[in-house]
Design a protein around this ligand. Structure first.
Ligand code: HEM
Ligand SMILES: [Cu+2]
Length: 568
């Protein structure tokens, strides 16, 4: 099961020419669409995910433009109803199609097997199935989009989702299928990490990205089935009228919220944990220092994954749960912030007295640190019962979750993409433009969402198409910010795409990182490694030295090797 021999690959027609790599080893549509190569699957996910991100982004800009003036910029063209559809599809596309699969399915697929020095993930066929399911799920979302749209909010709250005339069934079928895609990915990673680590890579010598992906996979497997069942029940309610959520038949609409958040709060950790894993790698590599507090960071990922299951009720403080359970959920919510804070402190300590290299990925890592801290700290105001009653369903919440999801996950994703890009495609991007657009993104992001904290705390409710004039100044600032952010994001992606055509050839190890994926050539050959790589501490940089001729780092055989348990 765990050994991937060439015979288990169904790819036809790849050649074994040593100068070829996974991109050139075979060609044609079928060699991609039905590949079992984790690297190609990762690249296909990357393309699909960015298409979803683009769609979600265009919807977001339409929303922001609409909100420029109190009664809607587009006049009758965007009616109150279509405004509901815009924000619903924006949220649903961003959450289900983009952010949940983003880091694990694209970067995780590409990097994880390389990090363990393996040829592939444990179940390559299941990996391919996961991608195909993602495509099917996306198609159902598009069906909902082009038929009637969807206007329930991405949360599908009952009883409205039972009554609305929009295509809830297509969207829930889509989300259901996407759930399986996510479960397959998670299952694959758990088995890969458990069974395919090379000799010498004990649990506490794993790169922290692996710990993060592992913790994420636990949530994907345990929480996603709950969403699946919930969506099935919702379909049953709509199609058959089974009466579980519908109060007119004795059902309980709040039950839906319990089911939904039992998945969706853990799901926010599906979004943020892989991002945290990326940041742990970047902080260490670009500070040229072993990561500070390795064991704490590793355990805190697991702690977040488990505690994340106990706090869902904080989304329902005002939906009629008993005061006692509200108090308990509020208390539990604070417990999750402890492991998150541990990570932030350890990343900061890693930089202390480090030899910081402000390459583009590090610029994103620093942005993450700043933005995630704001996102996390504002979560505490929402977790505190007394303040949440006031802030619930206002723009304060909107700002909070964008700081964690976009400022956290998306920023880390883009940073990780810049970091691994030379490995993935064998080219170097333009550093100057990379940094420039990172700065534009950072500025645009804050301009978009900081004003939302202010207007939210002053009472501007979320999901409203119109508003009273006193809020206009915040909305205008936010819209200008969103346009800036859009330009920054398009620029950041353009820098990468242009490098495919113009970038100079990447060395095997441009950043001087010590994890195994940097020991194979860039881009990796079809079988990843010719010989099983030698496993060392993932964060010991003492034996890597810069070689100006190749523009990258090489192992220095003469370097005194520090003890490999140094990072503990
Ligand atoms: C530091 C830990 C965090 C705390 C204490 C926290 C707390 C909260 C609370 C109490 C709410 C409910 C607010 C309300 O509706 O009144 C909330 C909403 C939300 N949070 Fe967080 N949060 C944290 C981290 C995150 C992370 C890491 C993400 C995503 C990556 C996230 C995404 C969201 C989303 C999407 C919502 C709103 C969902 C909706 O109602 O549509 N949060 N958060
Ligand atoms: Cu939550």
């Amino acid at each position: 099961m765990s050994t991937i021999t060439p015979e288990t690959q169904i790819d036809s027609g790849h050649n074994d020419d040593p100068s070829s790599n996974y991109l050139t080893s075979s060609s044609g549509f079928m060699s991609w669409a039905f590949t079992l190569d984790h690297k190609r699957i990762g690249v296909m996910y990357l393309v699909g995910i960015f298409a979803a991100f683009f769609l979600g982004g265009v919807l977001a800009l339409l929303l922001r433009l609409h909100l420029m003036v109190p009664n809607g910029l587009f006049g009758d063209w965007v009616s109150l109803d279509s405004y509901n559809q815009l924000f619903t599809l924006h949220g649903a596309v961003m959450t289900f199609l983009f952010i949940i699969p983003s880091i694990p399915a694209a970067l995780g697929n590409f990097v994880l097997p390389l990090m363990v020095g393996a040829k592939d993930v444990a179940f390559p066929r299941m990996n391919l199935a996961s991608f195909h399911l993602w495509v099917f799920g996306a198609i159902f979302f598009l069906i909902a989009l082009v038929t009637t749209g969807l206007d329930t909010g991405w949360t599908f709250y009952t009883p409205y989702s039972i009554e609305t005339q929009t295509n809830v069934v297509a969207a829930t079928i889509g989300a259901f299928i996407l759930g399986f895609s996510s479960i397959f990915t998670g299952l694959n990673f758990i088995v890969t990490v458990n069974t395919m680590r090379p000799p010498g890579m004990t649990w506490f010598k794993m790169p922290l990205f692996m710990w993060a992906i592992y913790a994420t996979a636990i949530i994907q497997i345990l929480a996603t089935p709950v969403l699946g069942i919930t969506l099935l029940l919702l379909m049953g309610e709509r199609i058959l009228g089974i009466g579980i959520f519908d109060p007119s038949m004795g059902g309980d609409p709040v039950l839906f919220q319990h089911f939904f958040w039992f998945y969706s709060h853990p799901a926010v950790y599906i979004m943020i944990l892989p991002a945290m894993g990326i940041i742990s790698e970047l902080m260490s590599v670009y500070s040229r220092k072993p990561i500070f507090g390795y064991t704490f960071i590793a355990y805190s990922s697991i702690a977040i994954a488990l505690l994340g299951f106990l706090v869902w009720g904080h989304h329902m403080f005002v939906s009629g749960q008993s005061p006692m359970s509200a108090v308990i959920f509020s208390g539990l919510t604070f417990s999750v912030s402890i492991p998150s804070a541990i990570k932030v402190f350890n990343w900061t300590a890693t930089m202390y007295k480090g030899n910081i290299n402000l390459a583009t990925p590090m610029c994103y890592a620093l942005s993450f640190l700043f933005l995630f801290t704001i996102g996390g700290l504002t979560g505490l105001f929402l977790g505190a019962l007394a303040t949440d009653v006031h802030l619930h369903d206002t723009y304060f919440v909107v700002a909070h979750f964008h700081y964690v999801m976009m400022g956290g996950t998306v920023i880390a994703f883009v940073g990780g993409l810049y970091h691994w890009w030379p490995k993935m495609f064998g080219v170097m991007y333009n550093e100057t433009f990379g940094r420039l657009f990172c700065a534009v993104v950072f500025f645009g992001f804050n301009l978009t969402f900081l004003p939302q904290f202010v207007m939210g705390s002053r009472g501007m409710p979320r999901r409203y198409a119109t508003y009273v004039e006193e809020y206009q100044i915040y909305h205008v600032l936010s819209t200008i910010g969103a346009l800036t952010l859009g330009i920054g994001m398009v620029g950041a992606i353009a820098v990468l795409v242009i490098s495919l055509f113009k970038g100079r050839k990447a060395p095997a190890n441009p950043w001087g990182a010590a994890t195994l994926e940097w020991t194979c050539t860039s881009p990796p050959p079809y079988y990843n490694f010719e010989h099983a790589p030698h496993v060392d501490s993932p964060y010991d940089y003492s034996d890597l030295k810069y070689d100006a001729r190749i523009g990258g780092y090489v192992k220095d055989p003469n370097a005194p090797k520090k003890s490999s348990s140094d990072h503990h």
